[in-house]
Ligand binder design. Structure first.
Ligand code: DOR
Ligand code: ZN
Length: 350
């Protein structure tokens, strides 16, 4: 067995409430446990975006009943009415801003960034969906406000290079990469047709090479678990499920000498916990059986019921997950009671 700490995913879309035909808090956090994750942070681009007290209360209520691993929520903002940021920040874990169009209706104009940063409490996580066209604006807002920001899912040289330059300048910028941008390219997307749609879209092999060459300076791996049904994918909805394939893809890459096990632990547990100031989980670990297998969507916990990595070789099956001393997952079965995960808020407020 390989024993790992409970993994942390800063970037998942569990769709609950509003689109539970794609996923809900129980199936989504079950997928997290099955993938070795004991903490996830859930994005605000629900069917009705989580930007107001009412939508947030609904989401908190639903999460409390269903989660089986520790879960924090992000607040969204369109950058127009800033009062929810001050009013609701202690009921969520972080703020997520979308500067490019993607699933949902959370799109915000990048010119509003500095104002929004300033309305958010200092020291609390800010994550950004910021593709190449807006990355300079992000760096400028970070420079002018001094706020720490995390750039999600860098997918290309054009996105990563400015982030690396900002880091070299000493700005408090971090970034994450997804398994799909590390393991799939635009050629795979072409082969998949509408099913290959994801935002940021899959990039060239040269861009992918740039990500791998600079992996040392990419702070975290984040799944961007974005479940949609196979039928929806045929219509080109954006996103791939990823919670149950991230670890086996990375462990297989480790076997191939592309990164080492310490880097997997750093990018999937230690650094995301540090970046998002997440609490330690005592007596929490994941036992992984060191076996090679062919990835399929069968027996996955996610309601998505498909994976873009089907047919690829993965390494390491999650055998058992122990959370705060309790075995919560063993050999394909979730043992935790729905609602037994902790809803994470900075003050413990619920
Ligand atoms: O492909 C994506 N899907 N990218 C995003 O930014 C959002 C996500 C989703 O929510 O479906
Ligand atoms: Zn996302």
């Amino acid at each position: 067995m390989i024993r790992l700490p409970g993994l942390v995913d800063l970037h998942v879309h569990l769709r609950d409430p509003g689109q539970t035909h794609k996923e809900d808090f129980l199936t989504g956090t079950s997928a997290a446990l099955a993938g070795g994750f004991t903490t996830v942070l859930d994005m605000p681009n629900n069917a009705v975006p989580v930007t107001t007290a009412r939508t947030l209360s609904d989401k908190i209520e639903t999460a409390r009943r269903r989660i089986v691993c520790d879960t924090g929520l992000y607040l969204g903002s369109l950058g127009e009415d800033l009062s929810p940021l001050a009013e609701l920040h202690d009921r969520v874990w972080g703020l997520k801003l979308y500067l490019n169009a993607t699933t949902g209706s959370c799109l915000m104009d990048a010119t509003r960034l500095a104002r929004v940063f300033s309305a958010w409490p200092e020291g609390r996580p800010i994550l950004l969906h910021a593709e190449a066209d807006v990355i300079d604006t992000v760096v400028q807002a970070c420079r002018s406000t001094g706020r720490a920001v995390h750039v999600c899912h860098v997918s290309s040289r054009a996105e990563l290079e400015p982030v690396l330059e900002a880091k070299a300048e000493g700005l408090p910028v971090t970034c994450g990469v997804t398994p799909h941008h590390l393991f799939l390219t635009d050629e795979d997307a072409t082969g998949m047709g509408p099913v290959g749609e994801v935002r940021p879209c899959l990039k060239s092999a040269a861009d992918q090479y740039f990500l791998w060459e600079n992996l040392h300076d990419i702070d975290v791996v984040e799944s961007d678990h974005a479940p949609h049904t196979p039928e929806e994918k045929q219509r080109g909805t954006f996103g791939f499920p990823g919670l149950e394939t991230t670890l086996p893809l990375l462990l297989q890459a480790e076997r191939e000498g592309r990164l080492d096990l310490d880097a997997v632990v750093e990018k999937c547990a230690l650094t995301p916990r540090r970046i998002a100031h997440l609490p330690e989980q005592p007596d929490t670990w994941v036992d992984v059986e060191p076996v090679e297998f062919t990835i399929t969507a069968e027996s996955m916990q996610s309601r998505a019921a498909w994976t873009p990595f089907a047919g690829r070789t993965g390494f390491g099956r999650v055998h058992e997950v122990t959370l705060r001393g309790e075995v919560v997952y063993r050999d394909g079965k979730v043992l935790a009671r729905p609602g037994s995960g902790r809803l994470l808020t900075p003050t413990g407020a619920r």
